[in-house]
Design a protein around this ligand. Structure first.
Ligand code: NOJ
Ligand code: CA
Length: 552
């Protein structure tokens, strides 16, 4: 392991994160389920791709009714994925390649199979053991809290016949919420964190943080007491574990996410949920306003903090943080087939959402890589994997990684029936058409393109650290912004959101005398003058220009 004292404590600002479900990545022991040893075998692939940080989906013992977000033991791993020693080997192998490793910390709830819950059910009412969870004699408390999994749950309360009381759950009814009004709960969670940090993990994604505390006459989200808990968690990290990172999963409007950074004393990072659907919306509308508006409504954040940006992840493309009108528009534009809809969102991968258009995939990726924040790539999106919306819940976007055209997509040598999930096999996205091996051999593939873009993005610190200023050209199909960091680090990004060629005049007067150098091809463009700067962009075309001083 590297010496953490010498590391840049802000490493996450320059990171490129790869979200990976161990289960779906590579099966080394051929039992049909991906495992730690499999992921170790594929670390060279990830290192070669250029990502710098892995985010592992939950690997804990679990009944797997919510793909591991239902944890039954926080200080062990699920035997299907290997042993704690295997996990340690994975950490060491990742660190050897300078890859950081983030794991999940599901702070809001546990599985009902967790021993804390089993003990709580039989403990006397009012005892601390009982109060590890939130109980009530009626199911009428906290009626202002919305239901999140609206397709499966009717209430946030469920009856427990053993305790003879209702328990509170914001997600599935087999996921009782922990009770942070009981100080012992936080104490236990801090022990859990120490367990993994001691082993060497570089940070945690804090699942479902807005819901830690419940209060009557509120919507039970983002309450001040929740922030007190998070500050305590951060204090603990800062005191004992320098250079580790906390990433908040708070699916909220920007103004409500902002407090999760505190004064730099809460989470280091938080997902930017609202910008994500608006990227898709802007593309479909062929106009930049949705992106510019949400970015301009995004409050500034403390110097040490960072947004986490993403296009897709393991969940449905959530439409919670859009207006009713925008939601209708998104459903119409991106899920004509209602099978694609789940809860308040769309359960599809990036490539199918883009109708498999390389131009559109590349355009959205270029925006993802150049907006302020740290980009997260969802496994398989770098090769344009598809999905299977006929698999239940969100399983259609969690299918085995497509390594080759061999049996089981090269993911496993198990009997195909034994796989934890069928592989994608349709003619367009199936593993025979879309896989790592064939894309490695094809220099024009999406995989090569993505690798190149990651390499480029890593050359310019301004992307992770700089400010952003939007330009307002008359042609609204064109999205243009200037990223600036320190004195001489200035990049102009220009993107055409339309399917047809577009002209644009950019007001670049303040950069008069500088030379835009397009950084994909290192091509010099004409020097900027005081007149509006004219460009044409091909369909879904984009440019990244470094604004350079003229060479003497
Ligand atoms: C958010 C996770 O991303 C999702 O997959 C999970 O179902 C819920 N939290 C509940 O844990
Ligand atoms: Ca296995």
């Amino acid at each position: 392991m590297s010496l953490r004292g010498e590391e840049d404590p802000l490493w996450y600002k320059d990171a490129i994160v790869y979200e990976v479900p161990v289960k779906s990545f590579f099966d080394a022991n051929n039992d049909g389920i991906g495992d730690f040893s499999g992921l170790i075998e594929k670390l060279d692939y990830l290192h070669g791709l250029g990502v710098t940080c892995l985010w592992l989906l939950p690997c804990f013992p679990s009944p797997l009714k919510d793909d591991g977000y239902d944890i039954s033991n926080y200080t062990d791993v699920h035997p299907s994925y290997g042993t704690i020693d295997d996990f340690k080997r994975l950490l060491a192998a990742a660190h050897e390649r300078d890859l950081k490793v983030l794991i999940e910390l599901v702070v809001n709830h546990t599985s009902d199979q967790h021993q804390w819950f089993q003990a709580a059910r039989v403990a006397p009412a009012g005892s601390s053991a009982r109060n590890f969870y939130v109980w009530s004699e009626t199911d009428q408390k906290y009626q202002d809290a919305r239901i999140i999994f609206i397709d499966t749950e009717q209430s946030n309360w469920a009856w427990d016949p053993v305790a003879k009381a209702y328990y509170w759950h914001r997600f599935f009814n087999h996921q009782p919420d922990l009770n942070y009004d009981n100080p012992e709960v936080l104490e236990q969670i801090l022990h859990v964190m120490d367990f993994w940090l001691e082993m060497g993990v570089d940070g945690f994604r804090l699942d479902a943080v807005p819901y830690l505390i419940e209060r009557e006459d509120t919507n039970c989200e983002n309450l001040p007491e929740t922030h007190i808990i998070l500050k305590a968690i951060r204090r603990h990290i800062d005191t004992h574990w320098p250079n580790r990172m906390l990433l908040a999963e708070a699916n909220q409007w920007p103004a409500d996410v902002r407090p999760y950074f505190g004064d730099g004393d809460e989470c280091h990072m938080a997902f930017h949920f609202p910008v994500m659907p608006r990227l898709f919306m802007a593309l479909h509308l062929e106009e930049r306003d949705p992106i510019v508006e949400i970015m301009e409504r995004t409050p500034s954040i403390p110097e040490t903090c960072q947004w986490a940006l993403f296009l897709r992840n393991h969940d449905e493309l959530t439409l919670e943080m859009v207006t009713d009108e925008e939601r209708d528009y998104m459903y119409l534009a991106y899920s004509a087939d209602p099978t694609a809809r789940l809860n308040v969102g769309i359960r599809r991968r990036l490539a199918p959402l883009m109708n498999n258009s390389r131009h559109r995939i590349e355009l959205l990726t270029s925006v993802l890589f150049s907006l302020p924040g740290t980009p997260i790539i969802y496994y398989g999106d770098e090769i344009g994997m598809g999905d299977d919306m006929h698999l239940g819940d969100r399983n259609g976007v969690r299918t085995p990684m497509q390594w080759s055209g061999d049996r089981n997509a090269g993911f496993s040598r198990a009997d195909p029936q034994q796989l934890f999930s069928p592989v994608i096999s349709d003619p367009v996205y199936g593993y025979q058409a879309v896989n790592v091996e064939s894309e490695e051999h094809d220099p024009a593939s999406l995989l090569h393109w993505t690798r190149n873009m990651i390499r480029l993005r890593r050359l310019f610190r301004v992307f992770g650290r700089g400010t952003i200023d939007f330009l307002q050209p008359a042609n609204r199909a064109v999205l243009a912004y200037v990223r600036r960091h320190e004195e001489d680090d200035t990049i102009l990004c220009v993107a055409n959101l339309a399917r047809n060629v577009q002209p644009v005049h950019l007001d670049l007067g303040e950069f008069a005398g500088l030379v835009p150098v397009e950084i994909l091809g290192y091509t010099e463009f004409p020097v900027i003058g005081v007149e509006p700067y004219f460009l044409t962009l091909g369909p879904y075309g984009f440019y990244w220009f470094e604004l350079q001083h003229r060479r003497r």
